[in-house]
Write a protein that binds this ligand. Sequence first.
Ligand SMILES: [Fe+2]
Ligand SMILES: [Fe+2]
Length: 294
Amino acid sequence: MARLRQITDATLLAHVNKLGEEHPPIRMDSVDFTVNNPDVLRTRFAGVLDYLARVELEVERNVLELLTIMPNPSEADKVFYSDVWYDQEIAHGQILDELKRRIDLPEAEPLLQVGFAVQALGALAKWEPIQDVARTIYYFTGASTERQAVLAYNALSSQLDEWGELAVRDTIINQIKRQEPGHFAFYRMSAEKITTDGTLRPWQLYLARVLREHSYELVGTHHDPQHQATMGEVIDVLGFSGQLEVFAKEIGRLEAKLLWANRQGMEFPPYVLRALRESVEMYREQGSFAARLS
Ligand SMILES: [Fe+2]
Ligand SMILES: [Fe+2]
C-alpha cells in the first residue's frame, strides 16, 4: 500500500521543536491547589494520584534508559528527551506530588535505577542493528505509555468535575493533559518511521516482536506486584475495568498495526490485555493503595 507521506527526521524534529515552543513546563505558581474535600481526594484518589505522580517522576529513570539503549541517538530523539520531554514530565510529577503532600498523602517513591535487562540491551546496542531494534521497542513503549497517560488524565478530569474539585481539575489535571498528546504523537511518528522507512531488516522486526512480547508491562509496574495492583486500582477507579478490551485496543492498536501487521485480524497484541487483566486481578486480591498505607 502506498504511503501518502513518509515521516522523516526533519518532520520529527519540527514536531519536537513545536512541542517545546508551545508547551513550556507547567509552573508551580500557575497552579491553584484549592481542594474542597480533601477526604474524598484522599480516600477515592490516593492510589491514582500516587501512581501518576510516581510514573511522571520516573522520567528521570526513563531518560537514563534511553541513554543506555541509544548510544547514538538521532537529533530529534536527543532534543525530545533532553530538552522537551524531561522538563515537562518532571513538572507534572512535582505538581502532583505537591498536591498529595497538601492532602496528607506520602511523597511518591519513584524508581530511579536502570534495570539489568536494559543494561544488557544497552551493551548489545553498541552494535547499530541492535540499537535499531532497541529503539523500535522504546518507541512502542513510549507510545503505549503516553496513550495510557492521555486516557488516564481525561478520565480523571471528568471525575474531578463530578466531585466538584474544579481548581485541581482546571489548573493541574487539564494543564498536564494538554501536554500528553504531543508526547504520544512523537512516539507514534517515530514508531511509524522506523517500521516503514526500510531501516529494519526482517530479522530485526522479528527480534523486536519477540522482545516486546516477553518484556511488555504496563507503565510503571516494573514487574512489582504492589505496583501492578495499584495500576489495577487506577484502571478500576478511572472506570476502565469493565471494558478492558476497549482499553487494550486504545493502547495496543498502534503496535498491532505496525509491529504485527494486524496478523489474523489482531486489534491489539494479546500481551496488552493479559497485562491489564493481571493488574486488575492483583488489585482485587491486594486491595487499595490507601488501605495498604494504614
Ligand atoms: Fe506527563
Ligand atoms: Fe507524557
